[in-house]
Design a protein around this ligand. Structure first.
Ligand SMILES: *[C@@H]1O[C@H](CO)[C@@H](O)[C@H](O)[C@H]1NC(C)=O
Length: 208
């Protein structure tokens, strides 16, 4: 079974993510001083990274890179795993920021329009690194851009925003870091590929 059925599996994550994000927005209204948003996650948050990666690596595009995805929001597919806006779009909108630019797809190796932050989320990403799954015979057909890899991209791009460590500390104080949703795919791929929970020594050799 491919990724095509996974969007429906994400429903419960969407609800959790939504509740968390409401909390973040509420905090921001109390605080009211964020100047940037940095976002990490998977298909619930990706605003175009997997799409760009697939194009640049000449990989097969995903079903959500084609209509009817994007028909309602933007009018064309953007790589969002949705026909409408994502929670991260509402957050950016609420702050009066432009929609968060995906990390990939810019020019000269830099994301476009990073003034108000960057979105590092990649559809299909896992929280744990790809090697964890490889060792257990679980294949991620979409990306090796795990949360750790996304955090690495953040480190790479941070010097575009601040220079000295105290400068960066001040900058990060004014940045909203949106972590997730991430982790659902860590289970999805294993289950879709027929791995069982702790009873299966292939999947879970060390955790039982
Ligand atoms: C992830 O995959 C890309 C190509 O698809 C490759 O260039 C890169 O080295 C891989 N990264 C890791 C950490 O495996």
């Amino acid at each position: 079974m491919g990724f095509s059925s996974s969007c429906s599996l994400f429903k419960h994550h969407l609800i959790i993510s939504f509740v968390i994000n409401i909390a973040i927005i509420t905090i921001s209204h109390v605080n009211g001083c964020f100047t940037s948003i940095f976002s990490f996650g998977d298909s619930l948050t990706d605003t175009g990274n997997l799409h760009q990666l697939s194009l640049s690596e000449s990989k097969k595009l995903s079903h959500f890179d084609f209509p009817p995805y994007g028909r309602t929001f933007f009018g064309y597919p953007t790589g969002r795993c949705s026909d409408g806006s994502l929670v991260i779009d509402f957050i950016a909108e609420d702050f009066g920021f432009p929609f968060l630019a995906p990390y990939f797809g810019g020019e000269n190796g830099k994301p476009r329009n990073i003034e108000n932050g960057v979105n590092f989320a990649i559809a299909g990403a896992t929280a744990l690194d790809d090697v964890f799954f490889k060792e257990r015979g679980i294949h991620n057909p979409l990306t090796n851009g795990s949360l750790g890899v996304q955090l690495g991209y953040f480190k790479d791009v941070l010097p575009s925003f601040c220079s000295s460590s105290s400068d960066c500390k001040d900058f990060l104080k004014k940045s909203l870091i949106v972590m997730g949703e991430i982790g659902g795919n860590d289970y999805n791929y294993a289950f879709l590929q027929g791995k069982k929970h702790c009873g299966d020594s292939t999947l879970c050799s060390s955790c039982c």
